[in-house]
Design a protein. Structure first.
Length: 348
């Protein structure tokens, strides 16, 4: 009770320990190891000469692999548990026979049985380091999936590597060249003993509104009024299942997208290139519905591609909102509910 500015407590309700007051309920460090009320004096200097032997290592607590009694919440199967945005350099082959080393962001997950407490997430990273220097991209994925699926005793596993792939591209008329970067993700899914290889590819292009183009021409013809159609930077995210043994190169995906929608944004331009780009846009006006169908037409024609999904976002210069579209082929990418960030994540 409070009185005279002093707090008083019944002596049985608490005890003093090294100057601190604890309630009658002793605190617990974890669910399986209580804090010793008679704690020895602790060394406050970092023991730089301390070494770990097998006996000491075996004595270390391992709560992630603890008994099922330590599970918090519902005892339910977890579809994905692992790490995201673990980065390291990975080697990639180019279609011309060369190779390139690129910083790669890794997401790795496994399924977790309802009766298991957790996983050792460092094994995912160790699996990647074991193979990153000896193999290329998909080879690293395949070997790492096998390793950490075995180490973690998991029944399903998924790995994804995200990168930005550079390609040197020429201007339309001036002869200049510059580096275009393509955001790509390679995914390997091991589920039910079967493996699925998926590529996610972002393609940035200019979209001229066909309606705006026709209205601008109408103003010129009928009233002699100068008018310009509106265009906007747009982006498509194309996800494909890779079929068969023939390799689907990153360069092949670039060529496929350019055939579908020719108005890829430019890197280096002079005046003649800017004029050429205006002419190219006028020759290829496109609604967002047209865009996903044009990509689908090219994807259907490639025997190396199975199921696919195309998501497009035209980030309007006329409106304060975006025009979006989504088209899928096959069961792999079918979905009833959309993640709220499905379209927000597409920023050109």
């Amino acid at each position: 009770m409070r009185g005279g500015g002093r707090l008083t407590k019944h002596p049985a309700a608490s005890h003093m320990f090294r100057g601190r007051v604890f309630s009658g309920q002793e605190p617990r460090m974890t669910q399986n190891r209580p804090l010793n009320p008679v704690y020895p004096p602790l060394n406050r200097s970092y023991p730089s000469d301390f070494t770990v032997d097998d006996q000491y290592r075996a004595s270390l607590p391992d709560l992630q692999n603890g008994p099922a009694s330590l599970i918090v919440g519902a005892r339910r199967l977890i579809q994905h548990v692992g790490i995201s945005n673990f980065r390291l350099p990975i080697r990639y082959r180019r279609k011309d026979g060369g190779e390139i080393v690129l910083e790669t962001s890794v997401t790795g997950t496994v399924s977790l049985d309802a009766e298991r407490k957790g996983i050792n997430m460092s094994r995912i990273m160790r699996s990647f380091y074991a193979h990153a220097e000896q193999q290329f991209s998909l080879g690293v994925l395949a070997a790492a999936v096998s390793d950490y699926k075995d180490h973690l005793d998991a029944f399903d596993a998924r790995l994804q590597m995200r990168l930005s792939y550079p390609m040197r591209v020429g201007s339309l008329r001036s002869g200049l060249e510059g580096w275009q970067y393509y955001d790509i993700a390679m995914e390997l899914i091991d589920q039910g003993g079967e493996r699925l290889r998926v590529m996610h590819f972002d393609y940035v292009y200019s979209s001229t509104c066909p309606c705006s183009l026709e209205l601008s021409e109408h103003a010129r013809e009928s009233r002699g009024q100068l008018a310009t159609p509106h265009s906007q930077r747009s982006i498509a995210r194309i996800s494909v299942v890779m079929n068969g043994h023939d390799k689907l190169w990153f360069e092949d995906m670039v060529a496929l997208c350019r055939r579908a929608v020719a108005t890829e944004t430019q890197v280096m331009v002079k005046r003649e290139d800017e004029q050429a780009f205006a002419e190219l846009n006028a020759a290829n006006p496109i609604f967002v519905e047209d865009a996903v169908r044009a990509f689908a037409h090219e994807l259907e024609a490639d025997p190396r591609i199975g199921d696919f999904r195309v998501i497009a976002s035209h980030q309007e210069s006329l409106h304060s909102h975006d025009a979006v579209s989504l088209l899928t082929e096959g069961p792999t990418f079918e979905q009833v509910s959309l993640d709220p960030a499905t379209f927000a994540g597409l920023r050109a």
